[in-house]
Design a protein around this ligand. Structure first.
Ligand SMILES: Cc1cc2nc3c(=O)[nH]c(=O)nc-3n(C[C@H](O)[C@H](O)[C@H](O)COP(=O)(O)OP(=O)(O)OC[C@H]3O[C@@H](n4cnc5c(N)ncnc54)[C@H](O)[C@@H]3O)c2cc1C
Length: 389
């Protein structure tokens, strides 16, 4: 997989062109207005990007998850708000329906999700904690008269409040299991599909964020929110296993997105250092600058290999939890370090919103937090090495 097949390369190239020709000229304006780029999303939908890893029978492109990763990398080379909108819509919105949904749920949602006409969101994190799930989970769902009654709240949920959001898949406590060997009762967690506009489901106004400013992130609350029993996604009590799998895949996708941002920093710097002059020559002639760019390239290259490797194991059906965590950790570090160095190379212009590196700087930090913090990745790697929990 380290050498892309003709099919992967054609996809990569078409998203590269789209990013450069369609996204790049306009995204800065959306970003400054904190506006969701509906027209760009619609064009991505027409290109089939929202259905890349979904079978054709459900309106998808019949590709695989690595194809999605390549598209995310190319989008994030130019802009991360657009990339995270696609990542969350596919990885957290469509994939759980594709993987765990009933035939009726697939028929209802997948054609709209794969066309990009509708976005699905995934509500796991709560105001009381994102790393410690299920310890920090308080949202409950109880069965009453053939309906789930949901109470609780969710924090930081991507794509949950746009005009085209169709549903949020909400992880909730639906009961308690027998105590384990340690004598502690464990919650039974299930995932329930809550369509937008359901009474009792309230979406707050958008957060004011440090980065990803043209993406949609909201806090959600559920007050005696009733949905039909058939809204259960997959088996009752399998919610924990479902989101572990969803997050393992998602980490490979976030790694790809991080590599895109890291590569975008290299691209921008290579252009700039040939134009900008100081002390009588182009700054690209100074070894201090060249070494910075060389280090940026090294980080990007190694991070890309890490996510390619994780994706290869995933697609081969082999265990990939450790490789996904390594890829996410390495590539988010690369994005953060490259964004800092690129901003430094741009000097004062690096601090101006009109240059993409300013956006890269603001967008890089969340990559070390979302879909599992860097500390959580280290915990996962340690567990995979057999170290005690
Ligand atoms: C823009 C944005 C979009 C997001 N989108 C979504 C989404 O679509 N769906 C969703 O469900 N969530 C989403 N999230 C939530 C995200 O996944 C969480 O923020 C993340 O998992 C961290 O959880 P937390 O913020 O509660 O931090 P906490 O869990 O409170 O962690 C705080 C700090 O403590 C550290 N820490 C925690 N436990 C340990 C430990 N045992 N050892 C060492 N250090 C530890 C953490 O690493 C972190 O540094 C999003 C967040 C943001 C900011």
């Amino acid at each position: 997989m380290h050498r892309l097949t003709d099919e992967y390369e054609a996809l990569r190239k078409s998203v590269e062109e789209f990013s450069r020709e369609v996204v790049a000229p306009v995204i800065g304006d959306y970003y400054e207005r904190c506006a969701f780029p509906y027209d760009i999303v619609a064009q991505m939908g027409r290109m089939g990007l929202f259905g890349l890893p979904i079978p054709e029978e459900h309106g998808g492109m019949g590709g695989d998850y690595f194809a999605l990763c390549l598209a995310l990398e190319e989008l994030a080379r130019v802009d991360s708000s657009v990339a995270i909108t696609l990542e969350a819509a596919v990885s957290l919105g469509a994939m759980p329906i594709h993987r765990y949904g009933t035939d009726a749920q697939k028929a209802e949602w997948l054609p709209r999700l794969t066309s990009g006409e509708t976005l699905g969101a995934f509500g796991l994190t709560e105001p009381g904690g994102g790393s410690d799930v299920p310890g920090g989970m308080r949202t409950t769902a109880t069965l009453d008269g053939g309906e789930w009654v949901i109470n609780g709240s969710k924090a930081f949920i991507t794509n949950s409040g746009t005009d085209i959001t169709g549903f949020v898949a909400v992880a909730a406590i639906t009961g308690h299991r027998e105590p384990g060997e340690d004598g502690r009762a464990r919650p039974e967690i299930s995932t329930i599909i809550v369509p937008s506009g359901t009474p009792g489901f309230a979406v707050s106004k958008k957060y004011s964020k440090v980065g990803w400013s043209a993406s949609d992130t909201r806090e959600l609350s559920f007050t005696d929110c009733r949905v039909p029993e058939a809204g259960l996604l997959g088996e009752r009590g399998r919610g924990y296993a479902q989101f572990l799998r969803t997050l393992d895949e998602g980490r490979v996708a976030i790694a790809a997105l991080s590599v895109g941002l890291a590569q975008g920093c290299v691209d921008e710097c290579l252009r700039y250092v040939r134009e900008r002059r100081a002390f009588g020559q182009e700054i690209g002639r100074y070894q201090a600058i060249q070494f910075k760019i060389a280090d940026m390239e090294v980080r990007t290259h190694t991070a890309r290999l890490a996510y390619y490797h994780a994706a290869e194991k995933m697609l081969a059906g082999e265990p990939f939890k450790k490789e996904a965590a390594i890829a996410k950790l390495v590539s988010s570090n690369a994005a953060m370090d490259n964004a800092r160095d690129a901003t430094q190379i741009f000097g004062g212009y690096g601090f101006m919103n009109e240059f993409p590196v300013g956006r890269f700087y603001r967008d890089a930090k969340i990559l070390e937090i979302g879909e599992g913090t860097s500390e959580v990745q280290r915990m996962l790697i340690a567990r995979q090495l057999g170290l005690p929990a």
